[in-house]
Ligand binder design. Structure first.
Ligand code: AMP
Length: 750
């Protein structure tokens, strides 16, 4: 080659001459030549520069670096940003941490993750490195994948895990660590649970959403203590009892029952019930202990007001006391003297006769009403309308319509806020009654919090004001980590406002579309679990949502999903998806169960159908159910037994759950409680999510016919069915305790 070049030298063309000149020349600023041989000057790679002539390499820009082994021709790079969307799934004393890749990998591919474990007491500043037997699977440092399992943690203990992203130049960067942190509280250890078999066992994942406090960069940090749980020697005590119900009162006794604290943080050993006469100002009081969630206070004075507080006790100690509840015994007027006992006897017999007559009359009238109601399209939302048996002591939803004066309902269930405590920042959405804004709420002696503010636009009618505020009357009755929390209302000044907690990521449908294919299956299941848990709470309360859809779920910065959009008739009026049916009334057809479309039979079971559609929306990252099919075609297809096919890469177990939610007979659909438990098991056993329902490409607008005797004949189902029908089906569902193969067989035989 060289000889040839030398020979050609004597007869060089102008182009060759030019090239040789370029090689002989010293490089200009912005160019470099690593060796002095016959090479051309090269432009400085990205994020590097040289201001001098004749440079042999380019220096990196500020905050950019080159690893030792990086060639000079490689772009300078920087450390990665922090991992994102950390999700924790707690299973007794172990936790699976899952996160997504940093938004900025720093321009390198050699990103690895290190997980630091800290055991924390009252806050992030009171932490120490985890010691002892805590184990990381596969390991704590140098992780190439975005998941790790941490086992052998202590029971009922707060831990903070810092997940740091590093790459080949992280060591050269100044000391800022790029990490995301998650704080969790472990549950009861397995051994302790089996020792106390007879007690109610706290479902390990039942409070996952609440316990999962994720600290991403720029997010404010919330400690467990701020959430109302106490801490004894680093162990969390139960949260306060918040719901107490008076079951019966007499002249000398009061029977009460209450709900277990929302965060028991362990097995509840017993409850301490403290009560005293209101007049006595707590100078003398009585303490009772109760193993269950009810008690009868005997030996009380007639017509007297008593104050009462309850607190739960676990192995970690007493939890916070409930607020003081006030109860009155019956007045003395019923005391019977021996002289007039005969008169009383006659009076009592007459009363019994009147009651019997009233009951008889009621039965006749209610039968008549039921008949006429079934013909009436406008069935109202009733507290006991979901077909669930609710136990005494469980708070039930009160329909604000049952109040003669609806503004009384608002003031019963919602706190009146001073407008001066609210600062509006910007508009974030549009509601039916006016704009939705983000802002801040600062109540006296409370920390400032971010809020969403729904406003009622000027020129409203009295009915619009009532309908607008009915959402607050409903929301104010709920208290659950997966239900949007009402902070209060402004009704005494204008504009009228409803103030709720702020959900940074907005509606779930838009959020998923924006982050198409960016989450792990476990993260999606975590979100779905939250929605199911919120819905379980609502159905336990006797509330039927009627408009459950991804657009009505809000997502916060920790990926916690919360059910929103409550209201009376207006929920459906407000929803752009709702369409008029032949029976009148607006219904979001694609999300609604056939019996609710056909004869307005809205129950928790119809909410379960809608949940199945939300499940499909989540697994398909916000795709529109039934795509561009018309509402009429959807009604017809569903009625004929067709169902949506599995979304791309949807685990078979989740698709089976969808199909079960879409059972025609509403009695065969799972209850929300079962759905929560199924999802918990899937989270604890992630391998059960590995078999996908469809390994082929995303199905195109083809519904699955459930009535077919051979559903394998559907091409888009082929792979899924193959895997579900044969052995792997058993593998997929084993450990989940969910007999999906049976259901499948049944489906095929139908
Ligand atoms: P809505 O009237 O409840 O349907 O709200 C209209 C829109 O406002 C929603 O689609 C959200 O984008 C936004 N929005 C409502 N409530 C909140 C909230 N609590 N936090 C953040 N955005 C919200």
């Amino acid at each position: 080659m060289r000889c040839e070049y030398a020979w050609r030298g004597s007869v060089r063309s102008p182009a060759v001459k030019e090239r040789q000149a370029a090689i002989d020349q010293a490089c200009r600023p912005g160019f470099y030549k690593a060796s002095s041989g016959n090479v051309k000057c090269s432009k400085c790679p990205p994020h590097s520069y040289t201001h001098q002539e004749g440079a042999v390499h380019c220096a990196c820009e500020k905050n950019y670096f080159r690893a030792e082994e990086d060639p000079v021709s490689m772009a300078c790079s920087r450390p990665p940003s922090a991992p994102r969307n950390v999700i924790s799934a707690i299973n007794e004393t172990s936790v699976i941490l899952d996160w997504t890749w940093p938004a900025d990998s720093g321009g390198r591919k050699d990103v690895i993750f290190n997980v630091v474990c800290k055991r924390c007491w009252l806050g992030p500043r009171q932490c120490e490195p985890c010691r002892g037997a805590v184990r990381f699977l596969p390991r704590a440092t140098g992780l190439a994948n975005t998941t790790v399992t941490v086992v052998d943690l202590l029971a009922h203990t707060n831990y903070t895990f810092e997940i740091e992203a590093q790459n080949g130049v992280s060591a050269q960067a100044p000391t800022v660590r790029q990490y995301a942190a998650v704080t969790i509280t472990t549950n009861q250890a397995v051994q302790a649970v089996s020792e106390t078999k007879t007690r109610k066992i706290v479902t390990p994942l039942s409070t996952l959403a609440l316990r999962q406090i994720i600290q991403l960069p720029l997010l404010s940090y919330k400690t467990q203590a701020e959430q109302g749980d106490g801490c004894v020697n680093g162990q969390s005590t139960p949260s306060a009892v918040t719901v107490i119900r008076k079951d019966r009162t007499s002249r000398n006794s009061i029977s009460l029952s209450w709900m277990e604290p929302e965060r028991p943080n362990g097995i509840i050993l017993d409850y301490e019930v403290k009560y005293y006469e209101k007049q006595e100002q707590e100078t003398s009081y009585t303490i009772l202990r109760s193993k269950g969630t009810n008690v009868t206070l005997n030996g009380l004075k007639p017509d007297t007001t008593y104050l009462l507080q309850i607190r739960a006790r676990t192995a970690a100690g007493y939890g916070g006391s409930s607020r003081k509840f006030e109860f009155e015994t019956s007045p003395d007027s019923f005391s019977i003297s021996s002289e007039n006992s005969q008169v009383v006897l006659i009076a009592v017999s007459s009363a019994v006769a009147i009651i019997l007559l009233t009951v008889l009359l009621y039965i006749v009238i209610s039968r008549f009403c039921r008949y006429s109601k079934s013909k009436h399209p406008d069935e109202k939302r009733l507290p006991f309308g979901n077909g669930h048996l609710r136990l005494p002591g469980i708070k039930t939803y009160v329909d604000p319509h049952t109040y003669e004066d609806p503004s009384q309902a608002v003031h019963e269930f919602a706190k009146e806020l001073e407008a001066s405590c609210i600062a509006i920042d910007k508009v974030v959405g549009a509601g039916e009654f006016g704009e939705v804004c983000s802002g801040r709420l600062k109540l006296p002696s409370k920390k400032e919090i971010c809020v969403a503010i729904k406003t009622l636009k000027a020129g409203y009618t009295e009915k619009q004001r009532r309908d607008f505020l009915s959402e607050a009357s409903i929301m104010g009755q709920f208290d659950h980590p997966n239900i949007i929390r009402l902070e209060g209302v402004v009704t005494r000044s204008k504009p009228v406002m409803i103030v709720t907690e702020y959900m940074e990521n907005g509606s779930l449908d838009g959020f998923l579309r924006k982050h198409d294919a960016q989450f792990t299956v476990i993260q999606l299941v975590g979100m779905l679990r939250g929605i199911a848990s919120g819905m379980k709470y609502l159905s336990d309360m006797g509330y039927v949502h009627r408009d459950l859809a991804a657009r009505n779920i809000l997502v916060n910065s920790n990926l916690v999903c919360k059910v929103s959009d409550f209201g009376l008739s207006r929920v459906l009026e407000d929803d752009p998806e709702a369409a008029y049916t032949t029976r009148g009334g607006k219904i979001p057809i694609r999300w609604t169960a056939p019996e609710a479309i056909a004869y307005r039979k809205f129950t928790s079971a119809s909410d379960v159908w809608s949940y199945g559609i939300v499940l499909w929306e989540v697994m398909s990252y916000g795709e529109r159910p039934y795509w561009e099919m018309s509402n009429q075609d959807v009604i017809k297809a569903v009625d004929e037994g067709y169902r949506l096919p599995p979304p791309m890469e949807c685990p078979a177990t989740l698709y089976q759950l969808m199909l079960d939610c879409w059972q025609k007979d509403r009695n065969n659909r799972p209850k929300f409680e079962q759905i929560v438990s199924i999802l918990d098991k899937l989270i604890r056993n992630p391998s059960s999510l590995k078999i996908t329902a469809s390994t082929t490409s995303r199905p195109v607008n083809l519904l699955l016919d459930r009535t077919s005797t051979d559903i394998t004949s559907f091409h888009t189902m082929g792979d899924w069915l193959e895997s579900a029908r044969t052995l792997p089906c058993k593998d997929a569902f084993s450990g989940v305790g969910y007999s999906s193969c049976d259901t499948l067989a049944k489906t095929s035989a139908e």
